[in-house]
Design a binder for this molecule. Structure first.
Ligand code: SF4
Ligand code: MG
Length: 327
């Protein structure tokens, strides 16, 4: 099994030199090939930042990215280029991520060329990419422009383009939340199929914990730039341990909705009690303490580390309730 052990500590400069925000802090996350890991949180929790840091799209002001144990921090180094190819990003809005003046053929050819995969039989490679994302017959799609495709078809083209790099991992940031509800499941099922067949590691970023349960093998929950709970998806949704995860699950408008995600700007927990804190000046101690119904005195000042919460392997929560719970 190959791993992508990724550690990050310190600060991320998000909006240029004049405004530096500590968006994510002490995020440690391991992606494994053949597994989907969901990163769940409301808008502003820092979950997209994690993906962009992993993809090398944001400068890091500290921390490490490691691939198979090798550190790849040098942004323009050879090791980073090799890493960046192996880790491809899928964005929320497939329309914005495709250039409207270019055809599907152009987008896919360019990806193959950039990654040195445009060999003698370019046409065959293009057809294979389209078939992989179930845009068949490929001739029907290859010379279309983005506006001639539906949202779901565009997202499939964006996925095909990512596959053009022959990646080991896909970082999918809310990949279905802008698509019609009726086609979300199809795109998630495609990603799951690709995970199996190509043995990909997938990071699935979402504000919708119900879809994480459906789609992801393991789930990590983020709050205010920190990871607060992790474990296998079934356990997290059946026996959530962290008070924030419980709030997310309780306030999900429709627990049976499996491929969901509504307006990404308004998530269930935001309609629930309180507002997520500013990342510029996060609360002291446990960052959730101002909203937590069971906060204790120490929560205001002491930052909780990760504790094992029950006998489910790998189930942890960063919450003082579990201090000594599984010891
Ligand atoms: Fe609530 Fe304290 Fe646990 Fe934070 S550490 S979630 S404030 S009980
Ligand atoms: Mg986001």
């Amino acid at each position: 099994t190959k791993h992508f052990p990724v550690r990050r500590r310190g600060r991320a400069a998000l909006t240029g030199p004049r405004r530096s925000v500590q968006a994510v802090d002490d995020v440690t996350l391991t992606l494994r090939r053949g597994r989907v890991t969901a990163l769940v949180g409301e808008s502003g929790s820092g979950k997209s930042t994690v993906a962009r840091l992993l993809a090398g799209l944001y400068p890091r002001t500290g921390g490490d990215i490691r691939l198979h144990g090798e550190t790849v921090n040098v942004k323009h180094g050879k090791a980073f280029r090799a890493y960046a190819r192996r880790v491809q990003m899928i964005f929320q809005d497939p329309f914005a991520s495709l250039n409207p003046v270019h055809t599907v053929r152009y987008h896919l050819t360019r990806a193959l060329k950039i990654h040195g995969r445009a060999g003698d039989d370019l046409d065959q490679a293009l057809h294979e990419l389209l078939a992989r994302v179930q845009l068949t017959p490929p001739e029907r799609y290859i010379d279309k422009f983005p506006h001639e495709l539906s949202g779901g078809q565009r997202q499939r083209v964006a996925i095909a383009r990512a596959l053009g790099a022959d990646p080991e991992a896909l970082l999918a940031d809310e990949p279905v939340s802008m698509l019609d509800v009726s086609i979300r499941l199809g795109v998630l099922n495609l990603l799951r199929d690709l995970k199996e067949r190509l043995h990909l590691a997938i990071l699935y970023i979402t504000h919708d914990i119900a879809s994480a349960r459906y789609f992801a093998d393991e789930t990590m929950v983020m709050y205010a730039g920190r990871m607060v709970e992790g474990g296998d998806s079934e356990t997290i949704t059946q026996r959530p341990a962290h008070p924030y995860t419980r709030l997310l699950i309780e306030s999900a408008p429709d627990p049976d909705r499996i491929a969901g995600g509504g307006d990404p700007a308004e998530t269930p927990a935001e309609r629930g009690s309180g507002e997520p804190p500013s990342l510029i000046d996060p609360p002291s101690g446990c960052r959730f303490h101002p909203r937590c119904p069971v906060a204790m005195e120490r929560c205001k000042t002491e930052l909780p580390p990760r504790f094992d919460v029950d006998d489910a392997p790998g189930h942890w929560a960063a919450c003082w309730l579990y201090d000594g719970a599984a010891g």
